[in-house]
Write a new protein. Structure first.
Lengths: 420, 478
């Protein structure tokens, strides 16, 4: 198989935006490998609106948002292969992929962008006790069944987890004629966006029970009932607080996990917090020329940020191809502290970095009337007040290269949440 | 009129049917579930015991040791994954190592080869993730791991290929002797007549037995819960690591599986409900607590699913094998709890011999003892795989991303004899849906394939037959 300068693994929002940006930065020899039968990734099943407010200043549905990027890929004549599964990638960036038409094939690449997205945490991984009948779906699987196949996976529904897909599906199932009885959330706060709580639960009078979890699933063939209970500070169910719901369906929206099995094969180092690659300011992993963006890097709240991040990865990959490996050895570490769970990127190369770098992160709990404070070593350099911050929403700090170069010898940048 | 009806298409029933199909007789297997391997055979430790646990002289000891010896060749003949990984019974500094010596002695008396006690230094070499408290262990070189699904399907398919009939979704409601034969009543279907009945009905074997015999059996369902761990920690142990049996019971094991996962379990809990395959918070807590007695830092955050299986525990504490004393022509393979999987080949051989003798049947000349499993493209070379995809493009289309299962394998699973009819049927035959996403991504695709290949309605696709439908109908219509 012929060599490509840039191979992009995944044709969802991240892969598409990365391809377009790399192309516009001068790399014409690009191949996108997509496992599904069309470009667009998971956006194809997200038929609700609310996408693109930041990027296009209008409200688009998922397929519309994807189409904007697919069109750009097509206009540029960027090559892609559908129904193609990447089986392995070597540290030398030899991509092994497979489809029905070409069989199994190897593609040598100068640079690779990982854009495989994420998967949903399953019932098994949550250790929910009970039977294992039909009628237990991850919210995304139910979304695919309803929105792509036009088929109803349930009539009376309990939802565990208040992740965005679960909230969206509470509304969708209701609109399609199902009765959504309750959304239970283990944590004392929602895992989803505030606007989804309002528009998908409150507007339909669907109760959200915080600090609750599922303690039993009944039904031998199909789900017949689900019991939820309140949990204590240790997140264990409190006996005596059980409520039993007769229902035929349990949807799970309990978190997303970046799909980094391929990344691990290459030898990419992963963060134990995000389960995504550890990257520098160029979104490059520890393997030179291997970049990551989108939900495979860390789970995003809005696709607009995925596109923005992926475009940066595309430009940086282009620069890598054009200018070769970075020889810079100086590194400044980004340290998340005091409520900040992680940062992407994890370190900066002061000489090599772009004029500005967006540092994205999430907080670990709900903070009210607090500030995001940035320190260069021990010196406070930025303080931004936020009325409210929640784990369901991403936060960001923008760092300027000029500020960083003005402080030579700096070892670390700390980002933390402080009261007031 | 059949010569023999076997009740139950678990691993025992299928092993018996396969051995019977070597004789010149008319065999029929009746199975309540929608598929073979729907009960105890689908939820167990997936290991072949060496044979040192069972008391000397017991049927369990006899059949386990013989079955363990037979298993390797059988798996080769039937193309079933089997790996002799060896097992360890671990003994911690707080435990009585004389129990280990007794087990060694019992094993040797049972005729188990390759047993020896291994001390801490060597243990650290061969199994580095054992708990620091472990001082020594009984190593059984003949301990092995196996895929219980594949073994059951292979035995069933091979029996069918040799002429045995299988009736699925067929629940026996009565068995009665009438003159020189038996009449078997079936739920919602006409009765079946047969000269001989073989009872391999798992947790229900007592109910079936008691329909014809005054010497009552009593089976309780002994529930065992398990965790299945992701392949990323598949090398955490390489041996099957048991805990020393003691006052606290048999302990909890950790073992690799032939497919590269790790299995942790089981607990043991006697329950009344013979359908009680639910997991419980207390059961899972017990596994979490107990496994750390033998394993250092068990990687339980990598659990991808948990499940429970029911072992058919008979009050007599042993297998019940052979003709009922007061019902001529009625043969039991009852009380088949652990080591039932290990014993299945030997039980099959013996029951078939007894039945053949009763019928005066002779061996066929055209019995085919081998069977080819579902092709696993991952075992092919790059060139072979490309050749396959060129000839059959469906092998180039991956359906299950976590386990890299192609459409070709799923089509094979559906269209082979006694093929898959449900999502679980596809899963157990091919592993599609058995990986870390637990079928989140592939189930709608597998449903489409089932719909197309079996020419069924999308709403008729089930998880595992009966009322386990996945979708109810079109949007806004239900």
């Amino acid at each position: 198989m012929k060599e490509y300068e840039l191979v992009i693994i995944g044709g969802g929002p991240a892969g598409l935006a990365a391809a377009v940006a790399a192309f516009d930065a001068g790399i014409k020899d690009i191949l996108i490998l997509e496992r599904d039968h069309s470009l667009g990734g998971i956006l194809n099943q997200c038929i609700h609106n609310g996408f693109g407010l930041h990027t296009f200043k209008e409200e688009l549905t998922g397929p519309e948002y994807a189409a904007r990027f697919t069109d750009q890929v097509l206009e540029r004549g960027i090559e892609y292969k559908l129904n193609t599964m990447v089986m392995d990638i070597s540290p030398e960036k030899m991509v092994c992929a497979m489809n029905s038409e070409d069989g199994m094939f190897m593609i040598p690449a100068k640079a690779v962008i990982l854009a495989m997205g994420c998967r949903e945490r399953s019932r098994g991984a949550l250790n929910i006790p009970g039977y294992r009948p039909a009628g237990i779906f991850s919210a995304g699987t139910a979304q695919r069944l309803v929105n792509m196949e036009g088929q109803m996976p349930g009539k009376r529904v309990v939802i565990l987890g208040s992740g965005d897909i679960g909230l969206i599906m509470a509304r969708r199932m209701t609109l399609e004629g199902a009765k959504v009885l309750v959304v239970a959330e283990l944590m004392p706060y929602s895992g989803g966006l505030k606007r989804n709580i309002v528009q998908c639960l409150d507007d339909f009078d669907i109760p959200l029970k915080l600090s609750h979890t599922v303690t039993d699933i009944e039904g031998r063939e199909r789900v017949e009932a689900v019991t939820i209970a309140k949990v204590g500070a240790d997140r264990r169910p409190i006996p005596g607080t059980e409520i039993r719901y007769e229902c035929d369906t349990l949807l799970l929206s309990c978190g997303l996990i970046p799909e980094n099995e391929l990344s691990q094969n290459i030898g990419v180092e992963l963060s134990p917090v995000t389960s995504g690659p550890i990257v520098n300011d160029g979104l490059e992993t520890n393997i030179p020329g291997v970049f990551a963006c989108g939900n495979v890097l860390h789970v995003h709240d809005l696709v607009d940020y995925v596109s923005e991040e992926a475009a940066a990865a595309g430009r940086n990959a282009a620069s890598f191809i054009q200018n070769g490996e970075s020889t810079e050895s100086d590194k400044i570490e980004l340290c998340p502290e005091g409520g900040v769970r992680y940062t992407v990127p994890v370190y900066l190369r002061p000489g090599k970095m772009n004029d500005t770098v967006t540092v994205r992160f999430r907080v670990g709990e709900v903070f009210k009337n607090s500030s995001i404070v940035t320190y260069f070593d021990d010196d406070e350099v930025m303080r931004r007040k936020k009325q409210i911050m929640a784990p369901g929403e991403m936060e960001q700090v923008i760092l300027k290269k000029s500020d960083i170069l003005a402080k030579p010898g700096m070892k670390k940048i700390t980002i933390r949440v402080e009261e007031g | 009129m059949f010569d023999v009806v076997v009740i139950g298409a678990g691993v025992t029933g299928c092993a018996i049917a396969r051995e019977l199909s070597a004789y010149d007789i008319n065999v029929c297997v009746l199975e309540r579930g929608e598929d073979l391997c729907s009960g105890t055979s689908k939820a167990n430790s997936a290991i072949v015991h060496a044979g040192f646990d069972a008391k000397c002289g017991s049927k369990k000891a006899l059949y386990n040791v013989r079955g363990s010896v037979m298993m390797e060749k059988l798996c080769k003949d039937l193309d079933v994954p089997y790996k002799r990984n060896g097992s360890l019974v671990t003994c911690s500094k707080d435990q009585d190592r004389s129990v280990l010596r007794d087990l060694l002695k019992q094993g040797e008396e049972n005729g188990v080869e390759g047993l020896r006690i291994v001390e801490k230094d060597e243990l650290k070499e061969i199994e580095p993730n054992l708990s620091d408290d472990i001082e020594c262990a009984l190593l059984a070189e003949t301990g092995a791991i196996i895929c219980p699904f594949h073994l059951t399907y292979a035995l069933g398919e091979n029996a069918a290929a040799n002429g045995a009939h299988f009736r699925l979704n067929t629940e026996v409601t009565g068995v009665a002797k009438e003159g020189d034969h038996f009449v078997i009543d079936i739920k919602d279907a006409p009765s079946v007549e047969t000269k001989i009945v073989v009872n391999a009905a798992g947790v229900y074997a007592d109910d079936i037995h008691n329909m014809v015999s005054k010497n009552k059996l009593h089976i309780v369902a002994r529930k065992g819960q398990y965790f299945l761990l992701d392949k990323t920690v598949g090398n955490y142990v390489t041996h099957t690591v048991f805990q020393l049996p003691g006052k606290m019971g048999k302990g909890v094991l950790m073992t690799p599986t032939v497919h590269g996962n790790i299995l942790v379990g089981p607990n043991a809990e006697d329950i009344e409900d013979k359908e009680g395959t639910n997991t419980t918070l207390s059961g899972m807590d017990y596994l979490t607590k107990t496994i750390s007695l033998s394993i250092a830092n068990p990687p339980l955050k990598n659990v991808i699913t948990s499940f429970a299986g029911l072992r058919a525990h008979e009050d007599g504490e042993d297998f019940v094998i052979g003709e009922a004393t007061d019902a001529e022509g009625f043969f039991d393979a009852a009380g088949i709890e652990s080591p039932g999987l290990s014993s299945a080949p030997a039980i099959g051989e013996d029951i078939a011999k007894m039945v053949a003798e009763k019928l005066g049947a002779s061996l066929k000349t055209d019995f085919v003892p081998t069977r080819k499993g579902i092709l696993n493209p991952a075992e092919l070379s790059f060139e072979e795989r490309n050749k396959l995809i060129k000839e059959k493009p469906e092998y180039g289309q991956i359906i299950c991303r976590c386990e890299s299962i192609s459409e070709g394998e799923i089509l094979d699973a559906i269209h082979r004899p006694l093929g898959a009819r449900s999502l679980d049927g596809v899963k157990r035959r091919t592993r599609a849906g058995m990986g870390r996403c637990q079928s989140g991504f592939c189930s709608p695709k597998v449903m489409e394939i089932l719909e197309r290949e079996l020419n069924m309605d999308y709403t008729a696709v089930t998880k595992n037959g009966g009322g386990s439908q996945i979708v109810y109908g079109e949007n806004k219509q239900v």
